[in-house]
Ligand binder design. Structure first.
Ligand code: DC
Length: 218
């Protein structure tokens, strides 16, 4: 059983995917962590994010390991655990640009397919239902308004002790939405056979219940 969950920044994909995977005893893969790990490695090497070739070469030469444990992810780059750096502001600011590069996507998509081939899994990302696993058993596309997504991200950051400016978060999310959905290579778009769920007024457990209902109807 393979279930895909796509959607824009802060749409709730990760929380929903993790909760759903727990409910159905499947593994959970959040593919955004892989693009983030590659971005971290490019920052370490001071690469120019407008140079697609150097980003592609880097990703082809890296060993990115994703270790999945009960919904949590440990990311290793060339053997070093870099999980704590995945949400660094620098990573956040550059990941959309790296993820536009065709050869970078090609490399990471291959790795994602290999991980997904090994049994039951819920996979979250932007292009999972359209490109990575087009023959998935169930495809979900989560959506929510910008204001709600920014507020959720704001609350999440506050829980971690970080103060964020809501207006700036809204602007950042808009910028990343535009980059993710306007890129030439596998843009963010709902698969034609995806179940689209607007999560503005739903809690995570309600979204999971809705997904479980549509699994039963299949
Ligand atoms: O889901 P996230 O915010 O952690 O993803 C970080 C970035 O990675 C996102 O801005 C676009 C990119 N990404 C992608 O292009 N394709 C995916 N399947 C997952 C993430």
């Amino acid at each position: 059983m393979k279930i895909t969950i796509d959607g824009p920044v802060a749409s709730g994909k990760t929380a929903v995917g993790r909760a759903l995977a727990r409910r159905i005893a499947a593994r959970f893969l959040d593919t955004g962590t892989m693009y983030r790990a590659a971005t971290w490695a490019a920052l370490q090497r001071n690469l120019d994010f407008s140079n697609a070739d150097s980003l592609a070469k880097l990703v082809q030469s890296l060993s990115i390991e994703v270790i999945l444990e009960d919904g949590e992810h440990v990311l290793k780059v060339n053997g070093a655990d870099i999980t704590d750096f995945l949400r660094d502001p620098d990573v956040e600011a550059n990941v959309s640009q790296l993820s536009q590069v065709r050869q970078v996507r090609h490399e990471l998509v291959n790795q994602q397919r290999t991980i997904a081939d090994n049994g039951n899994i819920v996979v979250a990302g932007r292009d999972i239902g359209t490109v990575v696993i087009p023959d998935a058993n169930l495809k979900i596309y989560l959506d929510a308004s910008i204001d709600i997504r920014a507020r959720r991200r704001h609350d999440e950051m506050r829980r971690k002790g970080n103060i964020a400016n809501l207006g700036k978060l809204i602007e950042d999310i808009k910028t990343r939405d535009t980059m993710d959905s306007k890129r030439d290579e596998s843009p963010l778009v709902a698969a034609s056979d995806a179940l689209i769920i607007n999560t503005d007024r739903l809690r995570i457990d309600q979204i999971v219940t809705r997904i479980m209902q549509s699994m039963e109807q299949k």
